[in-house]
Design a protein around this ligand. Structure first.
Ligand code: NAD
Length: 353
């Protein structure tokens, strides 16, 4: 197993170091892998002038999976659009054709009070959002800002081909099969032709999955239902922009941005694994960041790319035990718990492994 490690910026190097320790500990289970580090984001701009340099491009192309920390920081906000660290992220997703983004939003029982929603609404929450990641209005052409009739006009293009829709629908149906066999497809077909096609193709794809119960919801209703009664959902599939917004909303139902991992996969299960949060420049270098989202991203990597279910479950169990033992980083701290930093939390996971 070849794993490229891109720590990135801000808290990235701190949280990735803890995740790599966990991975290293699994060597004793007989897991064989090679790790190689590379630069992405602001650190890559500093070193090479580009957020996704050629050396990193080669490294990730040769790897089976990529572990990423986070990119970005205020010192890079004034760079040109091409040099922005976030451009590196979009470029790596595109270069590896990572069209399927899987974001679980799981509420651990010990953290039920971390949510801003009432415990009776969110207790037991376990949603998987499958977001299309390489199409839609984020990549559609034409795009730009130009002068028309004496004023500036901004425009983007929402576009999906049926091939793009069908392949993400397959990923979602297969994911639903591994869970409760329920899939909700989210669109805006009452207004947007692009998502009318989305719905048509999802319905066509459903024929191959008669054991999965398919429902549809308009995106505005889905945003509302996610806070009204989130447990009605199991797997949600949607386009890039709606998925961007809904997956952030779903993650915040759990109240703990530092807890949630993600996977971005191509059609051969090669994947990029990263926490859902950013580089948290406000706490970088202070041993305060929660490394659990990154550690759980390693579990997703073992499950989805390497089919190492036992090792993945071992990591997830260790995380559950750490929470049950009362270890908390600042972002999930409640009085009476054992407050630890990044290294303390990583050490607690290792001890439980
Ligand atoms: P952020 O997720 O970095 O931080 C939001 C808040 O959550 C901050 O208060 C931060 O301290 C806290 N937080 C985040 N992760 C945490 C963790 N593991 N443990 C404890 N607290 C944590 O979002 P932001 O502040 O909007 O963005 C900061 C930078 O990150 C920006 O440059 C942004 O572009 C970038 N960003 C990168 C990614 C990515 O790499 N995938 C995603 C989002 C934002």
């Amino acid at each position: 197993m070849k794993i490229a490690v891109l720590a990135g910026d801000g808290i990235g190097p701190e949280i990735v170091a803890q995740a790599v320790q966990v991975l290293e500990a699994l060597r004793s289970d007989g897991l064989k892998f090679e790790l190689e580090s590379g630069l992405l984001g602001g650190c890559a701009v500093d070193a090479t002038g580009e957020p996704f340099p050629e050396a990193t491009r080669k490294l990730v192309a040769a790897a089976d999976a990529v572990l990423l920390g986070a990119v970005g920081g205020p010192q890079y906000d004034t760079l040109s659009r091409e040099q922005r660290p976030e451009r590196g992220l979009l470029a790596i997703r595109k270069a590896l054709n990572l069209f399927a983004n899987l974001r679980p939003a799981v509420l651990y029982p010990e953290l039920v009070n971390a949510s801003t929603l009432k415990p009776e609404v969110v207790a037991g929450l376990d949603i998987l959002i499958v977001r299309e990641l390489t199409g839609d209005i984020y990549f559609g052409e034409p795009r730009g800002i130009e002068w028309r009739n004496g004023q500036r006009v901004g425009f983007n293009t929402m576009i999906y081909s049926e091939v793009e829709i069908r392949r993400i629908a397959h990923v979602a149906f297969r994911a639903a099969r591994k869970r409760s066999h329920r899939l909700c497809s989210v669109d805006k077909m009452n207004v947007l032709e692009c998502t009318q096609l989305w719905r048509e193709v999802v319905v066509e794809t459903a024929v191959e999955y008669p054991d999965v119960e398919l429902s549809h919801m308009l995106v505005d209703n889905a945003a509302m239902q996610l806070v009204r009664n989130p447990r009605q959902f199991d797997v949600i599939v949607t386009g890039n922009m709606f998925g961007d917004i809904l997956s952030d909303e779903a993650s915040m139902l759990t109240g703990s941005i530092g807890m949630l991992p993600s996977a971005s996969l191509d059609d051969k299960n090669k994947g990029l694994y990263e926490p859902i949060h950013g580089s948290a420049p406000d706490i970088a270098g202070k041993d305060m960041a929660n490394p659990l989202a990154t550690i759980l991203s390693v579990a997703m990597m073992l499950r989805y790319t390497f089919s190492q279910e036992t090792a993945a479950a071992r990591i997830e169990d260790a995380v559950k035990k750490v929470l049950a033992q009362g270890y908390r980083t600042g972002d999930i701290y409640e009085s009476g718990m054992k407050k630890v930093g990044t290294t303390g939390m990583g050490g607690a996971v290792l001890a439980n492994l």
